[in-house]
Design a protein around this ligand. Structure first.
Ligand SMILES: [Zn+2]
Length: 166
């Protein structure tokens, strides 16, 4: 039995304990959250979110990539969200590598240079500001007036807002 079999078993127990119900596909809080894939950040618990309330987009670093913009465009234009909350965090794995170093590692291991940007960072506040600006300046989004960025402390579980002037 592998780890995925365990989770499939967990799901049976989860579903057995819940009544059958249907929620609207449009998030009730009209909110999208973009954050890191980090295993220590339970987005729903940390923000007091319930099922059906928000879109949660995750990748390594919580980076605003073209694919995140794609998802936000669908989220806003088809599924009614307006607010965007960006959450980076302390002790991020993306601070432990460099763009050039990881790119070279991938190329050496495979013979192929990746087409994607690595998007490592050192200064978490600066990275939050860049991410907020990428969302605010995207021409593909309908709503860029309520975009706020935060750093989540993985030890204290607290959010700290990063001010972004423009
Ligand atoms: Zn991270």
């Amino acid at each position: 039995m592998d780890v995925i079999d365990e989770l499939v078993g967990n799901n049976r127990a989860f579903a057995d304990a819940l009544p059958r119900h249907h929620l609207d596909v449009r998030p009730r809080r009209r909110l999208a959250v973009v954050t890191c894939m980090d295993s220590r950040l339970d987005v729903f618990a940390a923000l007091g979110l319930q099922d059906g309330e928000a879109h949660v987009l995750r990748n390594a670093g919580g980076v605003i990539t073209d694919d995140v913009i794609r998802s936000l465009a669908v989220s806003q234009r088809r599924l009614g969200t307006r607010a965007v909350m960006l959450i980076h965090h302390t002790d991020c794995g993306m601070q432990a590598l460099t763009d050039d170093g990881f790119r070279a590692e991938l190329q050496e291991a495979t013979g192929v240079a990746p087409a994607f940007a690595i998007e490592s960072f050192t200064d978490v506040d600066a990275d939050v500001r860049q991410s907020v600006r990428r969302v605010r300046r995207s021409p593909f989004l309908l709503h860029t007036d309520l975009v706020r960025g935060f750093v989540y402390d993985v030890d204290s579980h607290r959010l700290r807002e990063v001010e972004v002037a423009d």
